[in-house]
Design a protein around this ligand. Sequence first.
Ligand SMILES: [Zn+2]
Length: 300
Amino acid sequence: MLKIAFSPVYKYALPEGHRFPMLKYELLPEQLLYEGTITEDHFFHPEQLVNEEMLFTHTAEYLHKLDHQLLSKKEIRNIGFPMTTALVERGKYISKGTYDCALYAMTNGVAMNIAGGTHHAFADHGEGFCVYNDFAIASHLLLDRKICSKILIVDLDVHQGNGTARIFKDEQRVFTFSMHGAKNYPTRKEQSDLDIGVPDKTEDAYFLKMLKETLPKLIDEQQPDMIFYLAGVDVLETDKLGRLSMTLNGCKERDRFVLEQCHKNNIPVAVSMGGGYSEEIRFIIDAHANTFRMAQEIFF
Ligand SMILES: [Zn+2]
């Protein structure tokens, strides 16, 4: 069965004034239930990670500042949310959700988090709505606990996974692959193990061609025993921040291809949602829902 990490905390901990586009954390599960893609049985409620479990990824100083609301105004501005205790805790639930998804994926093939993909979080600071780096935290724990020995991060959000790239710069056991808008945030890119920057207005055909030329080869070369997939839907042409010109269908084909590759090669895949900022929320929900629909279709 497709296990999905979801907790009421995901939706209620968001600060006033940030309901949109964060409303998606509330609407997406409703949509998936309504259309029958999933039932309540698919959900599991993660606990919070404790700080000790995040020390491979984040500095003790940063974790301390988060817990005690000691971030400077500038640090808070960089994250982009007003910081509250609830928001910090939300990040711990989400990160545990991603870690648990990886464990579920090992038995079920795939598992998905209805949040996460917070790839702009660095070891010592957050950026771009990202507080903790869930893929990095989960990867470090899987390696430390000898559950996995080689991890591939496939980041297809329109923004470069700069935090993830930096965190794993010198870690041979984690291969970071980011395909993103070359002109998009962050202006100053970090170096992933493989970066593909695509031009503004990139359409389905080119994006999918690059992906299809790259991913099977990467899997072959790296032989990962776990894949983390960041399925941001800010690649859509309707996205306010995205700069690309992908259609809903192209975005769905992207998800299908990634999940099929994982399935075909028998590599567990844990999926986090990432960004999505279309003006009309129905596009965001439909595109994210497609990732779940594809997982159901391919794996179950
Ligand atoms: Zn993004």
